[in-house]
Write a protein that binds this ligand. Structure first.
Ligand code: NDP
Length: 275
């Protein structure tokens, strides 16, 4: 029997994860012999599941909801961006240690740069202050954005993000009353509102000057947030989070194998499969 390097993605639920398809496509493209499977860990049993996987020869794993914080705690060593995000989506076994990294922000920036060549000097409205927002902020500043306005249903969470990230760049919380006046170039929804078909409670004037609106959530049809954005500014680009998903996976694949897969063909393939 031929040996396959073993990888996987941990989550709960995990059955509908696209990651196995994405990583299989990367492996085929780069000629790597890997196995990659979706692993459902018990909600209170991530560490045990992951350690068992690594003891059985697993070389690396992606981590999705609700385990990114558990993965952060499990890692023996953390990358700077994982430390900053306070969350881990990529685990790698190296010299008997488990390394934790976070490729979500890099995936987001890669996808934004496919649509807007130059992010420098852009003003961003980032809606949401959960794990995905924490992963995004450092990468946005690294890409050179001028200012990030943060808006979140629970203001105190947005305040604590400003405390954690303001050393990296120009970052401020914006209230619902002020948000209509900020004229953001890029509006990013990092809330999970679209998952349940809801919208963040914000005025549609947030889209007035937008060149691009982005929903980190993705599905077959346009998301609730992107449909709303389209109604209020027909000039802007509308992008969902599938590109971010494929791009963050590509960064993980590169960490594990050293090979940098081409992202666009895999994105096209997954989009076609979803349809
Ligand atoms: P968290 O649970 O950590 O955070 C959820 C955020 O959404 C909080 O800011 C919460 O606000 C807000 N929220 C939830 N429901 C509503 C609502 N109805 N109205 C307004 N705000 C709401 O989740 P994550 O940050 O991990 O994930 C957020 C989204 O990003 C998910 O849809 C996820 O699928 C997506 N994602 C996509 C990725 C990709 O690769 N495309 C990668 C990572 C995440 P409050 O603080 O007030 O509760």
């Amino acid at each position: 029997m031929s040996h396959l390097d073993s990888y996987g993605v941990f989550g709960n639920p995990i059955a509908h994860s696209l990651s196995p398809q994405i990583h299989s496509a990367f492996a085929k493209q780069t000629g790597q012999a890997i196995s990659y499977r979706a692993i459902k860990a018990p909600v209170d049993g991530f560490a045990q599941s992951a350690l068992c996987f690594f003891q059985q020869g697993g070389l690396g794993a992606n981590v999705t909801l609700p385990f990114k914080l558990d993965a952060f705690r499990l890692a023996d060593r953390l990358s700077n961006r994982a430390k900053l995000a306070g969350a881990v989506n990529t685990l790698t076994v190296q010299d008997g240690q488990i390394l934790g990294d976070n490729t979500d922000g890099a995936g987001l920036v890669f996808d934004l740069q496919r649509h807007l060549e130059d992010l420098t000097a852009a003003t961003v409205l980032l809606i949401g202050a959960g794990g995905a927002a924490r992963g995004a902020i450092g990468a946005l500043f690294e890409a050179g954005v001028a200012h990030v306005f943060l808006s979140n249903r629970t203001m105190s969470k947005a305040d604590s993000l400003v405390q954690d990230f303001s050393a990296l760049g120009s970052l401020s919380v914006v209230s619902v009353n002020e948000v209509a006046n900020i004229s953001a170039d890029i509006v990013i929804n990092s809330t999970s509102s679209s998952l349940s078909g809801n919208l963040p409670e914000l005025p549609p004037a947030i889209f007035n000057k937008a060149k691009l609106s982005y929903d980190m959530f993705y599905q077959k049809e346009p998301t609730t947030f992107l449909r709303w954005a389209a109604q209020h500014n027909t000039e802007q680009q509308l992008v969902d989070g599938l590109g971010m998903l494929v791009a963050q996976a590509a960064k993980s694949f590169q960490i594990w194998t050293g090979f940098e897969p081409k992202i666009q063909p895999v994105m096209d393939q997954i989009r076609a499969q979803m349809a």
